[in-house]
Design a binder for this molecule. Structure first.
Ligand SMILES: NC(=O)c1ccc[n+]([C@@H]2O[C@H](COP(=O)([O-])OP(=O)(O)OC[C@H]3O[C@@H](n4cnc5c(N)ncnc54)[C@H](O)[C@@H]3O)[C@@H](O)[C@H]2O)c1
Length: 345
């Protein structure tokens, strides 16, 4: 059985990744209908993937589909998710869930009231190397978790009309757009964040959203974390590092964070806490390469949400997780504004 997906905003990330790599390739999903305000791009997507091209959001919401995938700019998510839920469709919403915590709460409540599932596109959780690292963390191979870092940066110059460059349309810049993925991923490994300290800045790019964001945080488990997200360094300058440290070693990765299927990851683990080595002699290499068969994260998130619909089970990344991410991000912006550490509630 195939879950039928209808896509709102078919010509952005949906066209670049989620339709061709996810919905079209998934074993248990198919593309039913698409709508985008860019009618010609919408028609092209519909023709290429054999879906119905709708002329309006209303037409899409009335189409024969199980799931509405909301892949529009962030400022549109709230209204579109509410309308999709009212139309009785399960909803899969791109991150960030909404623009504010209040919007996120309303979206979660509306889907619960309508009796439909709400999932969020935090697809980096499905990355095969991240799952392998999670197994190591969960089996205590890292020992006591002490520090986690995630980095995601790119070059994002001013572009006329770009919604991410206006906080009123994107909810923020590099923190909202990239930081949400990074923090959510670190929480998958070390559990929820308890408090954040954040600095944002506009250092290079001539737009209103921040192009620089640095977050330091405390996990509830006691470990410390750091996330840095920049819109102002060349793409090749950032290795998009993931680093997890515990009392028994580390898991270090480059290039696993992002849209691709595989990066480089190694684990440097000891079987037991070592004696203090005054000379600090370190093995030159000796890491364990972590390279499971790659998984396409877009296909994985589509299949997982479709399965939840078919089997009537909770979505793997539920709306509540998107709401929590929104709360963490709001705390980050509050800290950046006030200069103090903010507890996440
Ligand atoms: N998970 C990921 O890997 C990932 C990557 C990129 C973007 N995203 C998220 O996806 C969402 C869209 O980002 P994007 O990069 O695709 O943006 P985009 O601007 O490239 O594409 C958005 C699309 O929505 C269309 N649109 C605008 N208003 C609309 C409306 N009222 N109804 C229907 N369509 C409308 C636009 O014409 C455009 O085709 C954002 O929430 C973003 O954060 C996620």
């Amino acid at each position: 059985m195939k879950t039928r997906w209808a896509v709102l905003g078919s010509a952005g990330i949906a066209r670049r990744r989620t339709i061709p790599e996810g919905i079209a390739k998934a074993d248990n999903a198919e593309l039913a209908a698409v709508f985008d305000v860019d009618a010609s791009a919408n028609a092209a997507v519909a023709a290429e993937f054999g879906a119905r091209a709708c002329a309006s959001e209303d037409e899409l919401l009335a189409a024969d589909a199980d799931v509405v995938y909301v892949a529009t700019p962030a400022w549109l998510h709230h209204g579109q998710v509410l309308r999709a839920a009212a139309a009785g469709r399960h909803v899969f919403c791109e991150k960030p869930l909404g623009m504010t915590v209040a919007q996120g709460e309303a979206m979660v409540a509306a889907c619960a009231k309508a009796g439909v599932k709400l999932g969020v596109g935090l697809m980096m959780r499905f990355h095969a190397q991240h799952r392998a690292a999670l197994e190591l963390v969960q089996s205590a191979r890292l020992g006591v978790p002490v520090f986690a870092r995630a980095q995601l940066s790119c070059w994002y110059p001013p572009i006329a009309g770009a919604w991410r460059q206006d906080p009123a349309l994107g909810g923020g810049g590099s923190l909202m757009d990239l930081g949400g993925h990074c923090i959510d991923l670190l929480e998958m490994f070390f559990g929820p964040v308890a408090a954040v300290r954040c600095e944002t800045a506009r250092l290079v790019q001539a737009y209103d959203s921040e192009d620089t964001a640095v977050v330091l945080f405390d996990f509830a488990c006691g470990a410390k974390g750091a996330v840095d997200c920049l819109f102002n360094v060349p793409d090749a300058a950032s290795r998009n590092r993931l680093e997890l440290y515990g009392s028994l070693g580390s898991i270090l990765a480059e290039g696993t964070i992002g849209q691709g299927e595989a990066g480089r990851m190694e684990a440097l683990l000891e079987a037991a806490p070592g004696d203090y080595a005054a000379a600090q002699v370190r093995a030159a290499a000796g890491g364990l390469e972590i390279a499971p068969p790659p998984v396409n994260t877009y296909r994985a998130e589509v299949e997982a949400f479709s399965r939840a619909v078919q089997e009537n089970t909770p979505p793997p990344v539920p709306g509540e997780d998107g709401l929590w991410s929104q709360k963490v991000l709001a705390a980050c912006y509050e800290s950046a504004r006030t200069g103090v550490k903010v507890v996440v509630r």
